[in-house]
Design a protein around this ligand. Sequence first.
Ligand code: ATP
Ligand code: MG
Length: 328
Amino acid sequence: MTKRLLTGLQPSGELTIGNFCGGIKQILDYQREYEVFLFVPDMHSITVPQDPETLHRRVREIVGMYLACGVSGEANHIYIQSEILEHANLSWILECHSYMGELSRMTQFKAKSDGKKEIGCGLFTYPILMAADILLYNADCVPTGADQKQHVELARNIAQRFNARYGETFVVPEPLIPKLGAKIRDLQSPDKKMSKSTENKKASIFLNDTEKDIRKKIMSAVTDSGDSVYFDEANKPGVSNLLTIYSVFSQQTLEQTQEHFQGARYGDLKKEVAEVLVEFLTNLQSKYAAVMSSGEVDEVLDRGRDYAREIAAQTYDKVRRLVGFGRV
Ligand code: ATP
Ligand code: MG
């Protein structure tokens, strides 16, 4: 049987080049080999406050961006999480098979709740909903950036725990982390990962940024002391980040990129990184404009919803019987 691959990108902001590297690019690399489930996790987005109108709009826009990037809307199942009610239902059951201790260890929870006075419960339990997203479709692989690896590991633990108690029920998923670009760094604080919901817009390159903004943000990216260009993530995180971005968007290996920039200065590196990004993103943006005016997004989402609903309903029905819900 064809193996299943599942992933999602939250409509919590505009997609960044980090989201492209950790999420979308992997779908492009694997979509011929796997049966792909790609969903829009709108339920995850409200773990932090969202404006409802903006969230509605972003749900469609993010799908337009998946398609513009080259994700096939015909071959893959693309759907909106909140349109499949079993995500929340299964999440509740899994919540009752998870522990406060394991959730407290999640680094994303620590980072997103840091310094906040009021911390939403959803932010704490989010990884369980993510486990439900994955286990509902019995996904074999979950492509993500490095930041989500811990959550996929939690989903594995929950699946194994459930299987041990009730018998083989869920496929235990594997995380799929890219070799290059698993953690694109924040341009202003290279110790952090780039994020779409960042407050400092200068820190991220968004897929729909203008040419002028792309150049400005890359030219003002924080680099490290010294002026020679070489890859060393521990001591030169800023420069290594730019080299990684160049490699991914020029489709070269890191070795080729390092050779290309041998003897170069920071200014040369930045100019060339900006150049490859401008070329890639302006091309992407014209495809995006065409997709958004075509009506394709809704067709794809309707098809994806109908397919996903069937699978989700089957899995949920099996699970609810196993735990003893209803009248058999
Ligand atoms: P938010 O700030 O709202 O959490 P995000 O940028 O972290 O947004 P997510 O929707 O949480 O994006 O994640 C979507 C996918 O992009 C996940 O697979 C995640 O691992 C990946 N990803 C997120 N940031 C990066 C990054 N900086 N580098 C590589 N992959 C990333
Ligand atoms: Mg995130």
